[in-house]
Design a protein around this ligand. Structure first.
Ligand SMILES: NC(=O)c1ccc[n+]([C@@H]2O[C@H](COP(=O)([O-])OP(=O)(O)OC[C@H]3O[C@@H](n4cnc5c(N)ncnc54)[C@H](OP(=O)(O)O)[C@@H]3O)[C@@H](O)[C@H]2O)c1
Length: 299
């Protein structure tokens, strides 16, 4: 039985759907079984025949983390350490989700797993500490670094921009941060594939893997494509909204964002023998899905 921790978050919700679709038996928990409490985790696992642990729980408020350092560290570093310790004790593999924010954004070509990390904010720093904590506790881990996630069940850039375009004459979007938007569906299916291969007895090298959709764009490019696809899907009530590019410096935020965070996905594609979807195709999957939550684009 797979144990999915953080099942009520944006990614966690999608992982639930994917595991069910793949007939993978699982049990899910969220903050009611806190990852900060080792005995609560151990107590929950007891007698359940847990064979795999997946952790989607985290402190994800990037800007708030700058002034909430201790709690961010508890959730992003000590929580994963507790889970990894338990995974080791139970003798089961552990999949954990990390982030492109462990890098400083100074690269200019896709970043491989071997690139030295250098976070520039508290969120990235604490996520990096979480990666290290896991490796200190167990060797049977898969850390999947992802980026720019959007999913059906969460507040995210796609819903926000459609809502903004429907209610404004124009919107300004940063055009000097490059990365790859990633549908939670893509990451969830990679998680299911790893579980499937391992439970099917195949060997799969442990370690860090980069997993996002394919492509390299800015938030401005992403917004233009959202506008186009939302219009095609009949979701854009204000087709005249103008999308203007701007610089990150025009909208200072408490946390610095990496200017370039395109991850190199060749390792995961080669290891699993898959081709990840292109970001435009993934956006279409999202916008055209029956799971697209129209309430989230209402004003
Ligand atoms: N979103 C992105 O763009 C992005 C990008 C790169 C990487 N990631 C990583 O992807 C993963 C999933 O992100 P997400 O956006 O799906 O996160 P999310 O929506 O914020 O979900 C996180 C979940 O963790 C739960 N949680 C908080 N404290 C907990 C605790 N002590 N014990 C157990 N559960 C607890 C939260 O519950 P409450 O709501 O009750 O607090 C929430 O349901 C995270 O590891 C994140 O760092 C995300």
């Amino acid at each position: 039985m797979v144990w999915l921790i953080g099942n009520k978050g944006m990614l966690g919700n999608e992982v639930c759907r994917t595991l069910s679709k793949n007939n993978i038996d699982f049990v899910g928990t969220d903050s009611e079984v806190s990852i900060l409490d080792f005995s609560a985790l151990e107590g929950f696992a007891s007698g359940k025949n847990i064979s795999f642990i997946v952790n989607c729980a985290a402190y994800t408020a990037v800007d708030k983390a700058e002034s909430d350092i201790d709690f961010a560290r508890e959730l992003n570093a000590n929580g994963p350490r507790n889970i990894a310790r338990l995974a080791k004790k139970l003798g089961v593999p552990f999949i954990h989700i990390s982030t492109d924010y462990v890098f400083d954004g100074s690269a200019s070509s896709p970043i491989s797993e071997e690139t030295p990390i250098k976070p520039v904010g508290v969120y990235g720093e604490t996520k990096a500490e979480g990666e290290k904590a896991i490796a200190d506790e167990t060797s049977d881990f898969y850390i999947l670094r992802t980026a720019w996630l959007y999913g059906f069940s969460g507040k995210n850039f796609v819903y926000t921009m459609i809502r903004a375009m429907n209610s404004h004459e124009s919107v300004k979007v940063v055009n000097d941060q490059k990365g790859t938007p990633t549908n939670c569906v893509t990451l969830s299916s990679v998680i299911a594939k790893i579980i499937g291969k391992r439970t099917g007895g195949e060997s799969l090298p442990n370690g860090i893997y980069h997993v996002t959709d394919l492509g390299e764009i800015t938030w401005f490019d992403f917004t233009n494509e959202i506008k186009k696809q939302a219009a095609e899907a009949g979701l854009l009530t204000n087709k005249n909204c103008v999308v203007n590019p701007c610089y990150t410096s025009e909208y200072p935020t408490p946390a610095k964002r990496p200017a370039y965070s395109v991850l190199d996905k060749s390792k995961i594609q080669k290891t699993l023998g898959i081709v990840l979807p292109d970001w435009k195709e993934s956006l279409k999957t999202f916008i055209d899905s029956a799971l697209f939550d129209k309430k989230r684009i209402e004003l």
